[in-house]
Write a protein that binds this ligand. Sequence first.
Ligand code: NDP
Length: 283
Amino acid sequence: MTAHILDGKALGARLRAGLAARITGLSFKPGLRVVRVGEDPASGVYVRNKDRAAIEAGFDSATVHLPEATSEATLLAEIARLNTDPTVDGILVQLPLPAHIRAEAAIAAVDPSKDVDGFHPLNAGRLAAGQPGLVPCTPRGVMHLLAESGVALQGARALVLGRSQIVGRPMAQLLLGADCTVTIAHSRTRDLPAECRRAEILIAAAGRTEMVRGDWISPGAVVIDVGINRLADGKLVGDVAFQEAVGHAGAITPVPGGVGPMTIACLLENTLDAALARRGMAG
Ligand code: NDP
């Protein structure tokens, strides 16, 4: 068996083109502000990619770049200003923040209706309660990839490897909402290979280079690799040993070119959703 490759780059581009088409029909440009503090180099790349994708799709996008020495109070004041700016529909605070600023304070300061990262405790609570709200971008992107794979979600055994607030937990909630039978695995899980082998859908989000081996994968399973791990030579690899896994899985995402581009597309999708909801135009 050779797995079907789920091309997140192509799917993300289609999703962004669809958003661009919807935006041309609006009388306003949805506004996105990415707040970056300091000079973390990886954040610089991510922020530029987000900004470029947003502008290409017709959003009014800009980065608010604050110096490394910015105090927590100053950052919170900046977020408060964006909360009340009527031209701003989505606010994203780029993580990581400098060590002297509490990330949870910054996340909680964002108006939940503009929280396009979906990290605010109110939105996390809505997701857990099965209520509508803004959903974290990466898990939302994974749901698009699963739809693209054609896998039937209802009743399917899904394993989520990882339980972070950003990926694992919201991922499990979305799969549960889609009627999967969900198992969440983490660093204290006993016999992880056996848990993985039971899964018809395997979402790997542990941040561990190629830890999921080919023989952990049930024949024909849909494998979504969220992990991004940089090797010493600069190459990016996922949490799944891709070359082994393609011989077992029915469908699989590559790294790079799988989940990453979907995360950006879903940030834009969240921003358009937030813009429409704030104007009472949600469809
Ligand atoms: P975290 O480090 O916050 O969480 C990792 C999770 O994996 C934890 O729940 C941890 O368990 C679990 N874990 C770690 N090691 C093992 C192990 N050996 N066995 C079983 N479980 C393990 O990471 P994130 O959720 O933020 O990110 C996960 C990965 O996804 C990273 O590689 C990150 O770069 C990537 N990522 C990719 C994105 C994209 O757009 N493609 C977006 C966001 C993240 P425990 O809770 O017990 O510690």
